[in-house]
Write a protein that binds this ligand. Structure first.
Ligand code: ATR
Length: 281
């Protein structure tokens, strides 16, 4: 990386930001695409968000990502917000367009990009989503806007699933059901996609479905948990010969989507693959 007088700054803000893989993703892409930018992490406390926004404008920072706990609070400081980010109610990417700050949410778009990169269609598909937190909301909105046929939200707290169903019902022509029951063999076999958006399996050997269930279908299993890389859910899917999409693919693609927005470019699939190999190894 060659930092000089023309290098443009990009960053991640959150609290905390240590352990983030975003600098690895973006600095790799700046290098690979030969774009004169550099990506840093800044821990910003909630009461300093306004001062950070002033700094973005003063220093002409090209764009920034937003992580916990600022994804909602940042919105009041932005000039424009992308339609799906508005529906989701959270922003994770901001582009500085000549002093006008526009917010996007690339969690859902990155999630969907990973599915499309594998050659799968979303239109008309029957999708079960486990969980109903912030990640589920971004993913469900993006799947609905891609024309998914039916979304079933499964969450132990039914009221959280209801909130997401209401958002989908108001904004999209899609059939949505909710349940607090755990998924059965028949549920899984009848679904095109089974997606885990809960934190179950994160740095643990828990599985969000009953690992004793054995299925025979073409259901694609997608786990958004990326630590460990090969979760118990992924192992269960592999045991059942189901196709799998790893959490790292969503993580990399949300970064790639942000990079594409900032730099108005398209990152090819090979670069995404290289990035994945670099991060996993
Ligand atoms: P994120 O923003 O990453 O989605 P979150 O908003 O904390 O994180 O949501 C985590 C999701 O995992 C929630 O749907 C949560 O279920 P509740 O809404 O009932 O809390 C789900 N979850 C976490 N631990 C779980 C567990 N042990 N079993 C089932 N679901 C769990």
């Amino acid at each position: 990386m060659n930092i000089n007088a023309d290098t443009r700054l990009y960053c991640l803000i959150g609290d905390p930001v240590s352990n983030s893989l975003s600098p690895d993703i973006h600095n790799y892409l700046f290098d690979r695409e030969n774009i004169n930018g550099v990506y840093m992490c800044n821990r910003i406390e909630k009461e300093n968000l306004k001062r950070f926004i002033d700094a973005v404008k003063l220093m002409d920072i090209g764009g920034f990502n937003v992580t916990i706990p600022h994804k909602i609070d940042i919105m009041e400081f932005l000039d424009e917000i992308d339609e799906n980010a508005k529906i989701i109610g959270a922003v994770n990417t901001v582009k500085n367009i000549g002093g006008i700050l526009k917010g996007y949410n690339t969690d859902g778009t990155g999630f969907v990009k990973a599915i499309k990169d594998r050659g799968y269609e979303i239109k008309g598909k029957k999708i079960i989503i486990l969980g109903a937190g912030g990640a589920c909301r971004s993913i469900a909105v993006e799947l609905a806007s891609e024309g998914a046929g039916h979304i079933e939200l499964r969450n132990r707290s039914i009221e959280k699933a209801q909130i997401i169903k209401d958002i989908l019902d108001v904004n999209f022509e899609i059939s949505v059901s909710i349940s607090s029951e755990s998924v059965s063999k028949e549920d899984i076999e009848n679904a095109d996609f089974l997606i885990n958006t809960t934190s179950v399996g994160m740095e643990s050997d828990d599985c969000p479905v009953d690992a004793g269930i054995s299925v025979s279908s073409d259901t694609v299993v997608y786990d958004i948990v990326y630590k460990p890389h090969r979760t118990e859910f992924i192992k269960w899917a592999e045991k059942n010969s189901l196709d799998t999409i790893y959490g790292i693919e969503m993580l990399i693609n949300q970064g790639i989507t942000a990079f594409e927005i900032w730099n108005e470019c398209i990152i090819d699939k090979d670069t995404a693959k290289e990035l994945r190999e670099m991060i996993v190894n």
